[in-house]
Ligand binder design. Sequence first.
Ligand code: MN
Length: 488
Amino acid sequence: MTQNNGWEPIIGLEIHAQLNTASKLFSSDFNRFGDEPNANISEVSVAIPGSLPVLNRAAVRKAIQFGLAIRGNVQLWSRFDRKSYFYPDCPRNFQITQFDHPIVIGGTVIALVDGEEKQFAITKVQLEDDAGMLKHFSTFAGVDFNRAGVPLIEIVSEPCMRSAKDAVAYATTIRSILDYLDASDCNMEEGSLRFDVNVSVRKIGEPGLRNRIEIKNMNSFSNLELAIDHEIERQIALYEAAPNKKPGEVVEQCTYRWDPDLGATVLMRTKEDAEDYRYFPEPDLLPLVLTQQEVENEKTLLPELPLEKERRYAREYGLSAQQSYFLTSDKKTATFFENALQTCLQPKMVANWIAVEFTGRLKEKGMTISESGLRPSDIGELVLMIQEGVITGKTAKSVADEMMASPGLSPRTIVDKNPSLRPFQDTQLLEKIVSEVVEANPQSVKDFLAGRDRAFSFLVGQVMKRTQGSAQPEQVNSLLKESIARRT
Ligand code: MN
C-alpha cells in the first residue's frame, strides 16, 4: 500500500451485537433499552446466590440464523464458559460466554469496497450475555443492571482487513445482515452494535504478525474509521523512529480506547492473557445440543439477504453494483425502493431519484430516505410524471425541492399549486418560439441538415432556454423538425 510507505496494516474486528429478543439470555427479564434504571431485573440479572440461568431459545435461533447467513458451520454441540472479571457492572463476577466451543465456527462476508467485491473471513460467532452499565453522577456512581444479561453475539473476524475502509465495509455488511435477519435492532447510538478492533502493521512481504493494539468499544462507523487510521499512523511513526529496536519492544500489546474529542487513542491497560480470565465450563448450564433438523428449519426461514438482493437488483433491473449496494445495504431503503416501483416500474430512474437526487438532498439533514417522511409512491409518481412528459427532468428537480420542504404533498399536488412548475402548455406560443429560434440560427439549421446532431441539440437548447426549461422536450423536438422541414 503506497500511501503507507511500504507498511501494511493488518486489521481484525470483534463485533458485539445485541440480539433483539423479548427477554434476556438466561432469564425472563425484559430486554428493553431506555426503561427506568433497574426496572428489568430479577434474581438472575443481579446474581442473587442460588439463582440459575435458563437459556433463551429465541437468542439461540437468531445466532443460528446469523451463522447460516454468513455460511458458517453451525455447531450441533457447543458449550458455555465462565469468563472471570471483577467490576461493579457484573454482579456475578464472571460473564457467561462461549470460549473453545462456540455456536458458529467459520464464515464469510462479501462487502463492496471502492466499488469492488471483497471477501472477509469470520473465525467464530459466540453467544454471551452483556454487562450492566455504570452511570457517573457528580459525587457518586450508580449501576443500572437493565442491560445485565441482555443476549449478545460476538462476531470475531480473521485479521483479514488491510485498511480502515475494509473494516467499515465489513462492519456495514454485518450490520445489514443482522438487520435483514431482524436479529438486532442495530441501533448504534444505544450501543446495540459495538466494535473492538485489533490493529498492527508490518513491512510489506514480512512473514508473521507484529504486536497488535486493541481499541475497544466504539459504536459508530466514523469513529471506527478515524481510530484505525490514527492507530496505523501512530504505529508506523513509532517503528520508523526506532529502526534499530526489536519490533516487540517498540509496540507492546495493549488495550486502548478511542477518544473522539482528543482525536487519539488513549491507553487503557496492558493486555491481559486468556489465563487472566480463568475460563472454565459453566457448571449451571448443560452443553447446547442442536439437531441437524433444527438447523435445517432455520435455513428455510432465512429471508433474502443483502448480497442476494444486491445481485438481483443488478441482474433484474440493470442497476450498477454501486447503486444496488447503496439501495440494499439498508433494509428500509430497499423496502422503500421496492414500494416506489409499485407506482412506477422504471427501476433505473426510480433508483437514481432515490440514490442520487433525494439522498443528496437529505445529506445535510443526516437522514435516510425511509426517515425523511417522503412516501415511496410520491417518488414513483414523480418519475411517472417525467415519463409521461407532464414535467421535464429540470422541473422535476424543483418539484423534488418542494417535496423535501413539505413531505406528504404529492408531486401532482405540488405542480397543480405552483403555476411556475406547470409544464408549458401554450402550443401556439411554443410554435412561435420555435420558428423564432429557427429564424435566428440559420447556420445551425444548415449544420443539422448536413447531418450534425449537435446543431439540433443546440436549437433544442435555445427553445428550452426561452421557456425556462418548462417545455416538453419531445414536443420541442417534433415542432423543430416540422419547422425546419417547412423551410426547406
Ligand atoms: Mn465478548
